[in-house]
Design a protein around this ligand. Structure first.
Ligand SMILES: NC(=O)c1ccc[n+]([C@@H]2O[C@H](COP(=O)([O-])OP(=O)(O)OC[C@H]3O[C@@H](n4cnc5c(N)ncnc54)[C@H](O)[C@@H]3O)[C@@H](O)[C@H]2O)c1
Length: 326
């Protein structure tokens, strides 16, 4: 399987490393608007720095990984589908539901596969939580998701990210769908800029709480913040008829040091590169497996669309200060 990767930034580098390390794929080329960046990664992972156009037109390439900025995803999905290449696209697919519908139609007509980068579904802790729900917990009543970053991204990233709900909370909206196995009927969000005035100046928020109601009756509360002073805060609590599941933060180790000063544990792992390192490998393997075995994609275009639908409703709820029905 020959792979072309578009976008050699933070997430592109992770995927490039994982493809390079995979026995089932061959990293053929890397592209980035910033040629120096693609050249550096291509040298490191022994492939060619090409333009996105050269990757999309190259008949030798079977699949593309779209890891460029959010505002470029839909264009590359459409071009890749039209040239018959399978697609892995980072979240979010786009910020407009009509554009997503149009692209999904083109993907379907082309008969290629499309996976969306909701990597947290593949995290061993969270995928096990889902299994435990099915095997032991039964009906889910309530879920609490805490999702806080250690620090905000640069202003240049924020500007084209789609905002906190479409860029950051979207992972949590997908996690809520994944764990409840149901669709959202109502979204209510509140949020403000409490951390970084630069984010406020760009018209975005950095702190939010969202509540979701689901068709099957489950209720979910999600708290998001762009910064903590203690690392990446990624916790889950699922309460169901058969009991309760908690997933705590991951730390470099679990040793507890106790002294006269009290007891001390390590801080949580710093950010997504560390916390979700394994999930990125597992999601890539899942994509490659689906291509090779011709089995359905585990996290597909509809999952990508439903998550952005929730995110857009959350934004509307914030702006109109009322719950939004879906
Ligand atoms: N799944 C995850 O955990 C996760 C984590 C981070 C980012 N992301 C998503 O990945 C995407 C990239 O995020 P990032 O953090 O790597 O950003 P980044 O700013 O570090 O990298 C983006 C790269 O894309 C390049 N680029 C921009 N336009 C391009 C174009 N038209 N063609 C080719 N390259 C282009 C930029 O030069 C840059 O190198 C975003 O959509 C983001 O939402 C997902």
């Amino acid at each position: 399987m020959k792979i072309g990767l578009i976008g050699a930034g933070r997430i592109g580098e992770i995927h490039a490393k994982n493809i390079f390390g995979s026995k089932n794929a061959n990293l053929f080329a890397i592209s980035d608007l910033n040629f120096e960046r693609s050249k550096k990664l291509a040298d490191e992972f022994k492939c060619m720095p090409l333009s996105a156009d050269e990757i999309l037109k190259n008949p030798e390439i079977d699949a593309v990984l779209i890891c460029s900025s959010t505002d470029t995803h839909i264009k590359y999905i459409i071009e890749a589908a039209k040239s018959g290449k399978h697609i892995f696209c980072e979240k979010p697919l786009a910020l407009d539901l009509n554009e997503i519908d149009e692209a999904l139609k083109i993907v379907q007509a082309a008969g290629v596969k499309l996976q969306v980068g909701f990597n947290r579904r593949f995290d061993p802790e969270f995928s096990n939580a889902k299994k435990i729900i099915q095997e032991n917990l039964g009906e889910v009543l309530q879920i609490k998701i805490t999702s806080r970053d250690p620090g905000p991204p640069p202003a240049e990233y924020i500007k084209i990210s789609g905002g906190l709900f479409c860029d950051m909370a979207i992972h949590d909206f997908d996690m809520a769908r994944f764990l409840t196995g149901s669709e959202v009927t109502e979204v209510y969000s509140m949020g403000s800029c409490r951390i970084d005035p630069q984010i406020g100046n760009l018209g975005d928020i950095d702190t939010a709480i969202t509540t979701l109601k689901f068709e099957n009756g489950a209720m979910v509360v999600i708290d998001n913040c762009r910064a903590t002073n203690y690392g990446y805060d990624q916790r889950l609590e699922i309460f169901g008829k058969g009991g309760m599941i908690q997933v705590d933060n991951k730390r470099p180790h679990e040793i507890i040091l106790t002294s006269q000063m009290g007891s001390k544990k390590e801080k949580p792992l710093h950010f997504f590169l560390q916390r979700y390192e394994e999930s990125y490998k597992i999601e890539l393997n899942s994509f490659l497996n689906s291509l090779e075995m011709k089995t359905p994609i585990e996290c597909d275009g509809i999952d990508g669309k439903m998550a952005i639908k929730i995110a857009l409703a959350a934004q509307k709820s914030l702006e109109e200060n009322k719950p939004i029905k879906l």
